[in-house]
Design a protein around this ligand. Structure first.
Ligand SMILES: [Fe+2]
Ligand SMILES: [Fe+2]
Length: 228
């Protein structure tokens, strides 16, 4: 998880609940619908794990692609600088998404919940493989579009987490046993953990809108990380 300055995650959670969803493109709506058809509309820990398994993929593809770009165009300092900024962001974001996956896995274990059918090895491998190819080719043909597309998923993820926390008021008093989760930061209870994840998704959303050419949709808040 990223290191963050002190941020009022409760206040930001409420602001996510009050903010309407971004008006998703047809393509984004198609992907979200397909995901709902596989996992069901209701947000569950299994569904979030599948989302987090997919979430780091585009960042990995963009990092690889930008690394190749700045090697190819090493004589152009402007291009190298831009590529390096995206690479740095992608590295932080993919580690962050992996952290989310680990923490949700820890919550699943603490709650003794079973994984849904779509998390079985071959099914999740197929879904990951499909999304990997989509991410690779969309980045190849039009990187700003691919980043803008991701911004819509991040917006959707932020809202999913915000509603999920609201649906589980008991998490406010549920202490954390897991050393893995406590290794990611200081959290008083499980609601705190999910509020932090929710805000991480807003950070991903904001930076994706910025690099995706829709900076007007960046949702600023006190203590937010630098975008550029
Ligand atoms: Fe995430
Ligand atoms: Fe994310």
């Amino acid at each position: 998880m990223c290191s963050h300055p002190v941020v009022d995650t409760k206040k930001e959670h409420n602001s996510t609940l009050q903010r309407p969803y971004y008006p998703y493109s047809l393509m984004a709506r198609f992907f979200i619908r397909t995901m709902d058809m596989i996992t069901g509309k209701k947000t569950t820990l299994s569904k979030l794990k599948l989302l987090e398994l997919l979430a780091s993929i585009p960042y990995r593809e963009w990092e690889r692609r930008q690394y190749a770009n700045c090697t190819k165009r090493f004589k152009d300092p402007y291009c190298v600088e831009k590529c390096k900024r995206i690479i740095q962001w992608c590295r932080i974001a993919q580690d962050n998404e992996y952290g989310h996956l680990q923490m949700i896995e820890e919550k699943t274990k603490e709650d003794h919940e079973k994984d849904a059918w779509y998390l079985s090895y071959w099914i999740r491998t197929f879904i990951i493989w499909t999304y990997m190819h989509f991410s690779k080719y969309s980045a190849y043909f039009n990187l700003p579009w691919a980043i803008f597309f991701n911004a819509q998923f991040e917006d959707h993820a932020e809202h999913c987490y915000a509603s999920f926390i609201k649906e589980h008021p008991s998490w406010e008093n549920q202490p954390i046993q897991s050393k893995v989760v406590l290794g990611y930061g200081h959290f008083d209870n499980w609601a705190d953990v999910f509020r932090r994840i929710c805000l991480d998704e807003r950070d991903h959303r904001n930076i994706s809108f910025h690099y995706g050419g829709r900076a007007e949709y960046v949702e600023e808040y006190p203590g937010m990380p630098d975008i550029v």
